[in-house]
Ligand binder design. Structure first.
Ligand code: BGC
Length: 430
């Protein structure tokens, strides 16, 4: 199982989850509401705002060739129309630090968080979001765009649609958290991306993507631009009700974005598990007894990735980059098995003609897993929460070996190289 010579091999992060101190964002306000939907605040996260160069040295030392990170809107445009040159310069240094280490920078312009003023302006529930977002993309792309290898507009643009039902139940169940969150943000809870999947969201989001893509393309015509989508394998029991529930779900949550992605340079596919629809046509949130679960409570289902790529390709014929795939577990052997199996499903899809250009693991570092806080560990690299010391896991070494060899056979041989690779990048092992 070999991959093309220019295959993208990377690891991803998002600003709010790793940088630390993102206090001007709506998410920070929600984290500090009392009571809060978040089990703990993000605080210093992984202190990557200061430590990005060390983290890039780890990534390069492993053998990966791409770093997916996000540019934080709340930092770049802290108040409406007031753009921070200081912060744009910071991200320029991050991008330069990538190229210096032969790493291709893949930047995401929106990864869940907004500046507080955007939330107060209506956020993703308001009609001005697309123009606000496009202006930030325009300014950012003018400053940095032509130095990027890839640009992603909106991360998991369809996530609000897929969360709609869950979030409306959560809102009813926890009215005090809603009230405290709204008071902290000074805005309705639906302004926050994860709660925004109401009437009109899809049109707003597609428009925001189009405007953002045009703005980035205008500043950097040669840079491939795409959105990323949350796409899970959808499995129906053998009944009409289940089958029609799957097609209704795909029609609502995937189809409008697949349509929009047809004109893009690539589509970012992000897959974590399989969704099962029962005989009665209902989505069964809890997998059946006996099924292995990850720390997130998801079914362990690495092969869902190949299925998601096949679905996206059939609908769009747009080249795919896997921009996220990963597992939250403390058992790094399971992570290694997950990566190998996910990649085998990618390779099988490619053999069947699906155009997949890269694989980016979620995530480089154990980091702030949104409402779940720091307990779930998706990272290839551990982070000591007290000292911030990084610890390379065997799965990181394995994925680096696969990347260097451009093939899966390398995975088998990598285990004994864990210690030497740790030494090579100057980081001690656990
Ligand atoms: C998001 C990440 C998140 C990951 C794991 C994706 O939905 O893009 O920010 O940490 O899944 O839950």
């Amino acid at each position: 199982m070999t991959f093309p010579a220019d295959f993208v091999w990377g690891a991803a992060t998002a600003a709010h989850q790793v940088e630390g101190g993102n206090w001007n964002s709506d998410c920070w306000a929600l984290e500090h509401a009392k009571p809060s939907f978040f089990v703990e605040p993000s605080g210093v996260a992984c202190d990557q705002f200061a430590r990005y160069a060390d983290d890039l040295a780890i990534l390069a030392g492993l053998g990966l060739n791409t770093y997916r990170f996000s540019i934080e809107w709340a930092r770049v445009e802290p108040e409406e129309g007031a753009f921070s040159q200081q912060i744009l310069d910071h991200y320029k240094r991050v991008i330069d630090a990538c190229w210096t280490r032969n790493i291709q920078p893949m930047a995401t312009f929106h990864h869940f968080t907004n500046p507080r003023w955007v939330a107060r302006d209506g956020g993703w529930a308001g009609d001005r979001i697309a123009d606000r977002f496009a202006r930030y993309c325009e300014v950012t792309a003018e400053a940095l765009g032509d130095q990027l290898a890839y640009a992603c507009t909106i991360n998991e643009i369809n996530l609000p649609d897929s969360l709609e039902e869950l979030m409306s139940r959560v809102k009813t169940k926890y009215p005090e958290r809603v009230a405290a969150g709204e008071a902290a943000m000074g805005a309705p809870i639906e302004s926050f991306f994860l709660f925004a999947g109401l009437e009109g969201y899809t049109q707003r989001a597609v428009r925001a993507h189009h405007l953002a893509r045009d703005a980035i393309k205008a500043a950097a015509p040669h840079v491939p631009v795409g959105m990323t989508m949350s796409i899970q394998e959808c499995e129906a029991e053998d009944t009409d009700a289940a089958r029609s529930a799957v097609s209704a779900y795909k029609q609502r949550v995937y189809a409008p974005y697949y349509e929009a992605a047809k004109a893009d340079d690539f589509l970012g596919v992000q897959t974590y598990t399989r969704m099962r629809f029962g005989a009665d046509g209902k989505y069964t949130r809890r997998p059946p007894q006996g099924v292995e679960l990850t720390q997130m409570g998801y079914e362990y289902r690495p092969k869902a990735l190949g299925a998601a790529c096949r679905d996206a390709w059939a609908a769009t014929q747009t080249p795919i980059i896997v921009t996220e795939s990963g597992i939250a577990t403390q058992d790094d052997d399971r992570r290694r098995a997950f990566i190998r199996s996910a990649l085998a499903s990618v390779s099988a899809a490619m053999a069947d003609g699906v155009d997949i250009r890269g694989y980016v693991y979620w995530t480089l570092l154990d980091n702030f897993e949104w409402m779940s806080g720091y307990a779930p560990t998706f990272g290839l690299v551990g982070v000591d929460r007290r000292t911030m010391a990084r610890a390379i896991k065997p799965s990181a070494v394995m994925i680096g070996e696969i990347a260097r060899a451009n093939g899966l056979d390398a995975a088998e041989k990598s285990a004994d190289r864990v210690l030497s690779a740790g030494a090579a990048v100057g980081v001690s092992d656990r």
